[in-house]
Design a protein around this ligand. Structure first.
Ligand SMILES: Cc1ncc(COP(=O)(O)O)c(C=O)c1O
Length: 400
């Protein structure tokens, strides 16, 4: 295992601006290789896909490479990688396709830990189909999503269980494999939101028991592209709304309109970048991804321990969430200051953090903080270093 954060940081031009980018959970910066891959696709000449000329065929090649790269990242099948503008849009599309055979009296099981993008599309599809929504609750003291409650929540009419692989505010990584096993035992389909999780460690969607696994490249050093990955045979059984003239092939039938092909080249470069985070990793790209992301996760968590210890020692700081398995994501309030005031104070010290509910709509309400501006989020990714953490802590300490 080897990780040199200064080498990693040098790959990201934006990090040279002197800011501590602790806003990675809302979107990461991109390495030069990603910028170059996107620019290079345009420079070489790019056409819409499916044509008879080389620029079009280059577009076809980029799409195929992009599916293969995302499949390597999550442990899925390239032919089951649906690409789209972002996870939210794709989840709405999948929700309306899946709900076509839901019947009144069926139910779906959602969690209050989830980002609203893995909640509201299902709530609204359920309402249209006369389907009951059942809620898995979060332990507000710890931020854990208890697995046992699913024994009661999942029943013979459960059609879908949607759950996050990691909370984008509390960082909680629930025991997804245990939850999906219960769903499968009842014949329900599982939809796992990996948008926050996939940046922070190795992903194996098969081991997670995810029938559908959603992710977004802009959270892991890529451009603004989303993906949902599933078994192609499962996708072939779904009939999304689509144009009569567009391809009915899987996964194209889920991809409406013309795609951002040059950005897809950036997705490939981002996956290659992640695979190279640990320069001692060897083997296939999938193997290097698993090793590199394990190394990056260990690095993030070590740095996170410094951040958590520092914030926990400040009497004016309240930290939310203490799950046993979590990403390096801190969510906190400061006594007597609104989250926006804290973020503004930190921005003046060149520290980027997010304030607010961050679309973690249900859990911020459950914590009783949503109406008061929720909290401040400082999230670490593999390019953050000790100086980022020290500057954050110094800035927060000034507010005591
Ligand atoms: C956990 C999680 N799920 C879903 C989303 C929505 O992703 P997208 O912006 O790709 O729609 C986000 C974005 O912040 C997220 O953090």
């Amino acid at each position: 295992m080897s990780f040199d954060v200064s080498v990693v940081r040098a790959a990201y031009p934006a990090l040279a601006d002197g800011y501590a980018y602790l806003d990675g959970a809302a979107g990461t910066q991109v390495p030069e290789a990603v910028i170059e891959a996107i620019a290079g696709a345009y420079r070489r000449g790019i056409g819409n896909v499916g044509g008879a000329f080389p620029a079009s065929q280059r577009g076809d090649g980029i799409v195929a490479e992009c599916r293969a790269a995302v499949a390597d990242l999550v442990g899925g099948c390239p032919a089951g990688v649906i690409l789209g503008p972002n996870m939210t849009t794709l989840t709405y599309r999948l929700a309306s396709a899946l709900a076509k055979d839901w019947r009144a009296g069926d139910d779906v099981v959602l969690s209050r830990l989830d980002h609203d993008a893995n909640v509201r599309p299902w709530v609204q599809a359920a309402a249209r189909a006369g389907v009951t929504v059942r809620w898995a609750e979060v332990d507000v003291g710890t931020g854990e999503l208890g697995v046992e409650q699913y024994d009661v929540l999942i029943g013979p009419r459960t059609r879908l269980v949607a759950v996050t692989a990691a909370s984008n505010v509390l960082g909680t990584r629930p025991d997804v494999a245990a939850i999906t096993a219960k769903a499968h035992a009842a014949g329900a389909v599982t939809y796992v939101d990996g948008v926050h999780a996939s940046a922070h460690g190795p992903t194996d969607m098969v081991a997670l028991g995810a029938d559908f696994y959603a992710t977004s490249a802009y959270k892991w050093s890529g451009p603004h592209v989303g993906a949902v990955v599933a078994d192609p045979a499962r996708l072939a059984a779904l009939l999304p709304d689509k144009l009569a003239s567009s391809s009915d092939e899987v996964p194209h039938r889920f991809e409406t309109g013309t795609s951002p092909f040059a950005d897809f080249a950036g997705v490939v470069a981002a996956v290659d970048h992640l695979a190279g985070l640990d320069p001692t990793a060897t083997g296939t790209r999938r193997e290097r991804l698993l090793a590199s992301l394990a190394t990056a996760e260990a690095y993030e968590l070590e740095l996170f321990a410094v951040l958590l210890t520092g914030l926990a020692a400040m009497p004016h700081v309240t930290l939310y969430g203490s799950a046993a398995r979590r990403t390096a994501t801190a969510y906190f309030t400061v006594a007597g200051r609104t989250p926006r005031a804290v973020a503004t104070h930190l921005a003046a010290r060149r520290v980027n953090v997010w304030d607010g509910h961050n679309y973690a709509w249900e859990v911020t309400a459950a914590l009783g903080i949503r109406d008061a501006g929720s909290a401040v989020r400082a999230g670490l990714v593999h390019y953050n270093d000790r100086s980022d953490v020290d500057r954050l802590m110094a800035g927060v300490a000034e507010l005591g």
